[in-house]
Write a protein that binds this ligand. Structure first.
Ligand code: HEM
Length: 498
């Protein structure tokens, strides 16, 4: 036998033995969670193209592979967890391990100013500073209270718009009004100014175009040097949208900066960002990063809340007996006060209203997944390896629809929350549903979101009777946008109650 042939044969045998040994070894101790056959490159692209149907595919795959599984989407493995106990084990019991975010790829880097916002920052000092700034400067009780005047103003503007429709006898498509109301509210909290209608609509336009297009830019994350050339128009669209966002938000930030010294009254989100120091980089935020953080604040607080509001109102139209029970409860609390407004102070006295909101969030969570998580280091979890480069996500909607926890889970029954008045939405002891996530990355504004939902739902049903238009219906089918929205937007007929 020729020596070169002998050498090649020996090498091949060595590689084969090593492979067999390694695969046996990984199967017992360090295999990633199971999943369908992975063909490199082909699977990665295939799953990316199916990202809009991923939830229904995952349901079938979980039935086959169990509560934790791996898919190879885009450039990295993605681990999905369906089971609420495993979710608690990961997010709460091992919170410091599972609270990282994946490294941003080409498109996400542009959108997030290279991970300088709360939702995409790595689990570390920058994230802690940005998150603490939001919670301690904007979301603590007294600051939230300082915005009650603007909530009242936005409510009355919304009621006036709806009233003009109610008089015309036509049906109203309410989602546009809800979105606009939430933008007015969050824009004021962000910039501390009551802007005219045109400016608010401008902000709404630039914010929503980024939100609605964001998943289309995912393809630019695969081999960016190649896809940037192949999909040049898409890349240019991303840069244009980013630029338009800056063109609209920068003048507002500058105006706030100039007026900061003289301005009395409310503290806005921009004010809190202007002097903020990044601890790792030992510098203030630059203008682009302030835009990104304002943009995050606006989108996080408007799309989620108006989506939830639409789902809740849809159920109140579909089930008039639930609507009437909310109205009866309000009537009892308001007593002799013949007022148009349910005040914020009245809300804690309305447990059935609270149950309606919780049931809305359980049955129709605006996000069916949380934002992508990652582990801070390679981890063994439930006997599987979760590699550091993997993305980890949780099936939020499935947990809220688990028939082992919720009787008749697809029905809308707020009464189920009346038995458990102190229901813990944060899932800190046990996860029964997690519309705001759980653990260290839980939505920092869940209390504000609940306040907005309770205040608006109470006042909307107190002021109008919400009915299905003649010949119409309430269709609860879903469609994936940035959040999971009603496929056919809610159309209603409104009759003033007062
Ligand atoms: C009904 C309304 C809302 C829902 C359902 C909701 C839901 C969520 C969810 C599921 C997450 C991801 C949690 C995770 O990754 O584990 C999140 C994160 C976040 N939300 Fe909300 N949210 C709502 C309203 C708001 C509002 C009003 C604001 C701000 C004004 C806000 C700001 C944020 C921020 C900054 C994060 C990122 C947190 C982090 O990464 O540390 N959200 N939210």
């Amino acid at each position: 036998m020729e020596p070169w042939f002998f050498l090649l044969l020996s090498l091949s045998v060595c590689v084969l033995i090593r492979r067999i040994f390694f695969s046996l070894h990984t199967k017992t101790t360090t295999a990633t969670p199971p999943g369908p056959l992975h063909i490199p490159i082909i699977s990665n692209i295939l799953w990316l193209t199916k990202s809009f149907q991923i939830e229904s595919i995952l349901r079938t795959l979980h039935d086959k592979y169990g509560p934790i599984l791996t898919l190879h989407i885009g450039t990295s493995p993605v681990v999905f967890i369906r089971d609420r106990y495993l979710a608690h084990q990961a997010l709460v019991q091992n919170g410091s391990l599972f609270s990282d975010r994946p490294k941003a790829l080409a498109a996400a880097k542009i959108i997030t100013s290279d991970q300088h916002n709360i939702s995409s920052a790595f689990y570390g000092a920058t994230w802690r500073t940005l998150r603490r700034n939001l919670t301690s400067e904007m979301l603590h009780h007294s600051r939230v209270k300082s915005f009650s005047g603007i909530r009242n103003w936005v409510l009355h503007t919304l009621l006036t718009h709806l009233k003009s429709h109610s008089q015309s006898n036509n049906s109203v498509r309410v989602i546009d009004h809800f979105q606009y109301a939430m933008f007015c509210l969050l824009v004021f909290m962000c910039f501390g100014e009551l802007l005219d209608d045109g400016k608010v609509r401008d902000i709404e336009r630039v914010q929503r175009q980024m939100l609605l297009r964001v998943t289309s830019f995912n393809i630019l994350n695969i081999w960016p040097r190649v896809t940037r050339v192949l999909f040049r128009n898409l890349w240019e669209e991303l840069l244009r949208i980013r630029k338009e966002r800056e063109d609209v938000l920068i003048p507002l930030i500058r105006a706030r900066k100039q007026n900061q010294a003289t301005e009395e009254g409310v503290v806005s989100y921009v004010d809190t960002l202007l002097d903020l120091q990044l601890p790792e980089e030992k510098r203030n935020l630059n203008q682009e990063e302030v835009v990104t953080l304002c943009s995050e604040f606006l989108n996080a607080g408007t799309d989620t809340t108006s989506t939830a509001l639409q789902w809740i109102m849809a159920n109140l139209v579909k089930y008039p007996h639930v609507q009437e029970r909310v109205v009866d409860e309000i009537r009892e609390v308001l007593g002799e006060r013949e007022e148009r407004e349910v005040k914020e102070e009245d809300l804690p006295k309305l447990p059935y209203l609270k149950a309606v909101i919780l049931e809305g969030l359980r049955r129709h969570p605006p996000g069916h997944f949380v934002l992508p998580h990652a582990v801070t280091e390679d981890a063994i979890f439930n006997d599987y390896l979760i590699p550091k480069n993997a993305t980890v996500n949780f099936m939020v909607a499935e947990m809220g629809w688990d028939s082992k926890v919720w009787e008749d889970p697809m029905a809308f029954k707020p009464e189920r929350f009346m038995k458990d008045e102190g229901f813990d939405i944060t899932g800190s002891k046990e996860i029964k549903m997690m519309p705001f996530g759980a653990g260290r990355r839980i939505c920092p504004a869940y209390n504000l979101a609940l306040l907005h939902l309770e205040y608006f739902v109470a006042n909307l049903v107190w002021n109008f009777e919400w009915k299905v238009p003649v010949g119409g219906d309430v269709d609860l089918s879903e469609r994936q946008e940035f959040t999971v929205v009603m496929k056919n937007a809610l159309q209603v007929h409104l009759s003033p109650r007062i």
